[in-house]
Design a protein around this ligand. Structure first.
Ligand code: LAG
Ligand code: CA
Length: 506
């Protein structure tokens, strides 16, 4: 074929139609060449109006499949972010917005193809020992929630001195005692299940696609399943079950009726990035210590782990990006990105206005920016994640590099992940015939060649350049990667990630 470039057969018709023009133009995808968006993003403590805007400006256009919101139910009236995790009632009135704003957000996200998953806090109510009034004005006591629950609707486990969970090797304690003093609902009770079901049905009536089940480990799988079974069949369920070695309750129990967040994923990958020794995963399904591919929601960090176990967070800039890019490039699980705000105090809530409502400037859409996370400026702020001030949104979901990797993932589709190659600290792999990624977690420049069946040619790095399909601009300086003789050749600086795909050819 002309131009020394092999083209996949699906493009022959285009080539025939305009042989000369097609020689210089990069290949364009046709219907069916791009997998449907599947990636989610947790927009932590972001107000509903801002999420709606992010859906329209960034999430929809860049090919996110869904967004996970913070809990939408009335909560205790405290300024810490974790007030969201202490329900007072199931009114959809919170410091993140009103019921009408929530409904409008769901509609607007849906309109641009982004499904909304709500964080459902159903294991417990508040952890307050003194009576109070919730954000929306509902009075409550620790075990009294007018119109919802009374003392008899709660577990009083009687297994520990203060009824708090003390021993995670005891299934009974973990599920029937209190998680940090949070009044533990008796989810085995039909009336409690019906009350929770009513709340979830209300959210479904506004168009949400499904739920993150908060603290699922603290309810028996049978209880969660009974609650979920009462919902429409197409309701998406992602249970949060923090895997703990030596604990009797394992995520697999909850994978029987939905997806689960697989904490092992980051625990495996992050140390590899930090130590500069990236290796192939288990290619078996399920991977060792993981739930099955189709039931796994995977992530590098979330709002809890960035305040706890995560050794790689927004503060780590390029290496954080690398871990997220490798996750997006993988053929295991459904990736969930995390986008929150900078903090130095783990309890600090997101910035609020004079009335206690959370405020947030929108990230402003994806910008073509060279290097690092390619973060969009917020009000002219710095583009480097490590320079954020407390309360600044990280806008990880709006980064150029992430947008490029979302495109890469859709091109890779269901192509198999090939065994990787490594050279010094650098490592990379191909998704067969579709896309190649390379990463250098080391501190020195490193060259690496990765076997690939991509056609020979010059390709543009989508981590640097962002999405390339339909892009008219030239590939930025330093972004060109050559494929020749069955290998892609990368020269990677310290902490650099680069990735090319079939349609990023220049
Ligand atoms: C979760 N998943 O299972 C959430 O992802 C996690 O963020 C929640 O903890 C937890 N389970 C309960 O929904 C968060 C904070 C806690 C906070 C809790 C309740 O990480 O720190 O506890 O929400 O607001 C706070 C205080 C405790 C206190 C408790 C009750 O930190 O010291 O005992 O409130 O007043
Ligand atoms: Ca419980």
């Amino acid at each position: 074929m002309g131009c020394g470039i092999r083209r996949p057969s699906s493009f022959i018709a285009l080539v025939v139609g305009g042989a000369l023009a097609a020689c210089s133009a990069p290949p364009a995808p046709t219907e069916g060449d791009l997998a449907a968006p599947d990636v989610g993003v947790q927009l932590f403590q972001l107000p509903w109006t801002a999420i709606a805007q992010e859906c329209e400006e960034t999430l929809g256009p860049r090919g996110f499949g869904w967004v996970l919101t913070s809990p939408p139910q009335e909560h205790i009236d405290r300024v810490e972010w974790w007030a969201s995790y202490q329900p007072v009632s199931y009114e959809l009135e919170t410091r993140l917005g009103t019921r009408d704003e929530f409904a409008d957000m769901v509609q607007r996200c849906d309109d641009v193809g982004v499904a909304v998953i709500a964080d459902a806090v159903i294991n417990h109510m508040t952890g307050q020992n003194t009576a109070g009034t919730g954000w929306a004005g509902t009075p409550y006591e620790h075990y009294e929630y007018p119109g919802l629950y009374a003392d008899g609707d709660f577990h009083h486990c009687g297994l520990t001195a203060d009824d708090d969970i003390a021993d995670y090797t005891s299934r009974e304690q973990v599920q029937m005692c209190e998680l940090v003093n949070l009044a533990d609902l008796d989810t085995s009770s039909e009336s409690v299940r019906a009350m929770i079901g009513g709340y979830l049905d209300d959210l479904l009536s506004l168009g949400v696609a499904g739920f993150r089940i908060d603290a699922a480990k603290h309810m028996s799988a049978a209880d969660v399943e009974a609650i979920v079974d009462a919902l429409p069949d197409d309701t998406r369920i992602i249970s949060e079950v923090i895997r703990g070695g030596g604990e009797p309750i394992q995520p697999e129990e909850y994978a029987a009726f939905g997806e689960v967040f697989e904490f092992t994923y980051a625990r495996d990958l992050v140390p590899q990035v930090l130590s500069g020794t990236l290796i192939d995963p288990e290619f078996a399904d399920p991977r060792l210590g993981h739930v099955s591919d189709e039931t796994a929601a995977v992530f590098i960090d979330n709002h809890d782990t960035e305040r706890g176990e995560a050794d790689l967070t927004y503060r780590d800039g390029d290496l954080y990006l690398m871990a997220n890019a490798l996750m997006l490039a993988d053929d295991y699980g459904t990736p969930v990105l995390y986008s929150g705000y900078a903090f130095s105090d783990r309890d600090a809530g997101a910035p609020t206005d004079g009335e206690g409502r959370v405020v947030a400037a929108a990230c402003g859409g994806v910008r073509q920016q060279a290097g690092g996370m390619g973060r969009s400026p917020i009000g002219g702020a710095a583009s480097d994640l490590s320079t954020l001030s407390d309360g600044d949104r990280t806008c990880v979901h709006a980064s150029t590099a992430i947008a490029g990797m979302l495109e890469w993932r859709r091109v890779a589709g269901s192509a198999a992940r090939q065994p990787g190659a490594d050279e010094g600290d650098a490592y990379g792999f191909e998704r067969e015939g579709r896309a190649v990624i390379a990463a250098n977690p080391g501190s020195e420049e490193q060259q690496i060649t990765i076997p690939t069946s991509l056609p020979d040619g010059a390709y543009c790095d989508v981590v640097l350049a962002g999405p390339r399909i339909g892009e008219q601009s030239a590939c930025p300086d330093g972004g060109t990667i050559t494929v020749a003789a069955g290998a892609a050749s990368f020269t990677l600086g310290a902490a650099q990630t680069a990735a090319i795909h079939l349609f990023s050819r220049t």
